[in-house]
Design a protein around this ligand. Sequence first.
Ligand code: RUQ
Ligand code: CUA
Length: 610
Amino acid sequence: MRLINCGKIMRLLSLPLLVGFLGLLFACKGGQSPAEKVYVPPGKLDSYYAFLSGGHSGQIGVFGLPSGRLIKMIPVFAPDVAIGWGIDEGSKEIMGGYIWGDAHHPALSETNGDYDGRWLFINDTANGRIARIDLKDFVTKEIITLPNVGGNHASPFVTPNTEYLVGATRFSIPVPNRDVPIETYKENFNGVIAFVSVDKDTGHMENAFQILMPPFDYDLADAGKRVSYGWAFFSCYNSEEAYKDLEVEASQKDRDFIAAVNWKAAEEAIKEGKYKEINGVKVIDPQEVKGIVYFLPTPKSPHGSDVTPDGKYIVGGGKLAAVVTVHGFEKMQEAIKKGDFDGEVMGIPILKYESVRVAEVPVGLGPLHTQFDDQGYAYTSLFVDSAIAKWKLGTWEVVDKIPVYYNIGHLAAIHGDTVKPRGKFVLAMNKIAKGRYLPVGPSHPESAQLIDISGKKMEMLLDFPTPVEPHYGQIIDATLIKPELVYPLDQNKDPYAIKSADQARVERNGNRVDVYMIAIRSHFTPNILKFEEGDNVYFHITNLEQDVDITHGFGINFSNVDMQIEPGETKTVKWVAEKPGIYPFYCTNFCSALHQEMQGYIEVASKNSK
Ligand code: RUQ
Ligand code: CUA
């Protein structure tokens, strides 16, 4: 009796327990907390790389998402003394004599309109350049100057197969640049829209062609995709052509423009020789060559110019407006065919607003930039409102809004600039942090916020600070990037490489001295060096290691020389033996238990001692 009763009780108890347990399991799965959604346990890796520009630091930040962990700063336009960027001979040459740049808009290379994980490009607004970073080792490999482009802002935004990177003028200048009175701005200054070609195999960049434009301020761009393939769309403000008090004078008109460029037609014009060469670049003048550029009127000082993943619509974020303007690509084509124009500027037809506009979406104040998800929704950053608006493509209704802290500039969705956005998250890049982090003096960090967009309502997940100063970001699935972890020594083709310690040597030629040096745990060979006052010494250092993460450093006391040499790599740095004396040098990057012993001495003899 007793036994039977016990079993019965157990059975009666176990059913509700089981139901309860299952219920809990489902509740957990469906309703993960924000912390669970961003938590990456120790030893596990993030699912996405986020590349955020470093603005006037001239660098790029690499973050892991969803954790928000900063993994690396890639030096591009500015020196980085830790790795020797801008100090060793190779990187100095790439930097081309400048030590700063204003890095704004990272652009991942694309194949068939989707990120392919090969290269990362970024513009320099200050010195009119574009840099290419190889994602095989996250190192800047090349920087190209775009002649004729003053303040290269609307850049580098790739075309769907990375045929081209674009560039455009923010600060119009005389083209070619020369001394003319600033007061003759309207007559003598020009904007330029530039196309830079990219070699399919090597990534090498060349100035392909440019288009002369009126002296407006060209702001951002996006390439046409799918149906609009072959076109690119550049927002511009200051169609008033002001050069003095822009904050007043460049905000007079209700509408500025998005410039639609038919780059396939431009290619044809170049083939037919319809250009003139200015500063070594082929430049098309729209007054002479028709059918290359059209203006789409867009309210009010548009910033973002974003093409939807299907390529059918161009979304303009009029930063002084309360709506985003959506233009239809098909409507634009019809209007061009019908000649539905409202005048022209510098030979460029202005299409009638009503003929190209599809919708005005009342997103809120200060729309800047729009990204897309995989469910047919668009997300627009609102600088003035400090919010993100979610709206539906096709019905154009705003369905949700979330506050961000504070004054968002750009936002990035996962593969959000491609034909295949992945949804899941949107990252807000906010300009002002105003006390969201422990105070560190007057300058606050910029602030990123990760937002879950997988549900009906957006959900704020995470804040993290970002170094100066993200203007734009792109996020790629981590499985698409497979970096090399060591440089194979047998593939080291550096002319100054040596592959073993017995090749280490010092060669003198007049007052040029070449030191072929080996670094391997925990020793430099040679490590006792004697030079004469005034010698120009070139250290060629090969790191013989082939183990992951065994990087050596090379720093010389009382000098500006320091650099990192990665496993299998050779680097060259120049040091001038300026003053007689003793100069210790040492490994600056912790590499082994005897890292502290990895050192050497340089003796510089005075000229008169001979
Ligand atoms: S940009 S947010 Cu919008 Cu080049 Cu600065
Ligand atoms: Cu080599 Cu530390």
